[in-house]
Design a protein around this ligand. Structure first.
Ligand code: IPM
Ligand code: MG
Length: 354
């Protein structure tokens, strides 16, 4: 199994190093993997003037799975848009056709106190957000900034979804729900936006193929509210690219820290790119204080979804649970009475717990 390792920017290299350590430990134990690194994002721009260098894309295309850190940094914010780190990420998602983004929001019991919400609201939380990742207003044409006849500038983007794009993400969500608590909540803004009116219609059609899964619908504003009011009502949430971007950040804080949340982005053959749900955190980059658990848990998702190795996936997840139960915490999830550790110490502890 070939894994393309793309550390990226900011805390990316630090957290990816920890997940690589975990994979290396497993490979000593007999897991057959090969890892090769390449730059992406700002690192790609620095190396070859492109946030997605051709060699990096080729490596990712040839690999069975991709492990990614994070992209972005203030020093790149003034570059022309196509050269910015985020474009490297959006392009690799599009090039590899990674349309299904799975973002679990799972609360580890040990971290109930780290959430800003009351423990009784979040304890036992287990939500899977299924975000469409290669369509919507993120990619819709036309887009741009132009000057109107009156000399004023206008910015515009286009929200669009074809039926087939909605259908394929819907099937992913229903498929996942049928192995969980059999509830899908489709989030849209069908009261205002035609794109999502179609989204809702297609979801209703798909539901007929899954008679034992219950489908409900929620407007995105209400969903944002319900996620903090009573998040445990959700099992699987399926939504478009932009709503999923926003709601998945919100859901992550229910679990204590965005530093805990892994993600998988899959194509229709379960080839995938695995990355933490959080960003490059340039403010703490290079300080060895970032939380590597989201990246380590992303490696577990890689084993589960691309390599079909549930046993090893659970072995990683259990190791993470064990270090949390032993009281180890990085700064983002630290509370009095626990032991604060660095990024690399957390990685070492997970390896030891394996
Ligand atoms: C995410 C990020 C990206 C997105 C950015 C960095 C382009 O916020 O993965 O959620 O908006 O998809
Ligand atoms: Mg985001």
């Amino acid at each position: 199994m070939k894994i393309a390792v793309l550390p990226g920017d900011g805390i990316g290299p630090e957290i990816v190093a920890q997940a690589s350590k975990v994979l290396q430990a497993l490979s000593k134990d007999g897991l057959k993997i090969e890892m090769e690194q390449a730059p992406i994002g700002g690192a790609g721009y620095d190396a070859s003037g492109d946030p997605l260098p051709a060699a990096t894309l080729k490596l990712a295309q040839d690999a069975d799975a991709v492990l990614l850190g994070a992209v972005g940094g203030w020093q790149y914010d003034t570059l022309p848009r196509p050269m910015r780190p985020e474009q490297g990420l959006l392009r690799i998602r599009k090039e590899l056709n990674l349309f299904a983004n799975l973002r679990p929001a799972l609360l580890y019991p040990e971290l109930a106190d780290a959430s800003t919400l009351k423990p009784e609201v979040v304890s036992g939380l287990d939500i899977m957000i299924v975000r469409e990742l290669t369509g919507d207003i993120y990619f819709g044409q036309p887009r741009g900034i132009h000057t109107l006849a009156n000399g004023e500038r206008e910015g515009y983007n286009t929200m669009r979804y074809s039926e087939s794009e909605i259908r394929r993400i819907g099937h992913v969500a229903f498929g996942i729900a049928s192995k969980r608590n059999r509830k899908v909540c489709s989030v849209d803004k069908a009261n205002v936006l035609e794109t999502t009116e179609l989204w809702r219609q297609v979801m209703i059609e798909i539901a007929k193929d899954y008679p034992d899964v219950e489908l409900s619908h929620m407007y995105v504003d209400n969903a944002a509210m319900q996620l903090v009011r009573a998040p445990k009502q959700f099992d699987v949430i399926v939504t478009g690219n932009i709503f999923g971007d926003i709601l998945s950040d919100e859901a992550s804080m229910l679990t204590g820290s965005i530093g805990m949340l892994p993600s998988a982005s899959l194509d229709s053959n379960n080839k995938g790119m695995y990355e933490p749900s959080h960003g490059s955190a340039p403010d703490i980059a290079g300080k060895n204080i970032a939380n590597p658990l989201a990246t380590i848990l992303s490696a577990a998702m890689m084993l589960r979804y691309t390599f079909n190795d549930e046993t090893t996936a659970q072995r990683i997840e259990n190791a993470v649970k064990k270090v949390l139960a032993n009281g180890l915490r990085t700064a983002d999830i630290f509370v009095a009475g626990t032991q604060k550790v660095s990024c690399s110490e957390m990685g070492d502890a997970v390896v030891a717990a394996l």
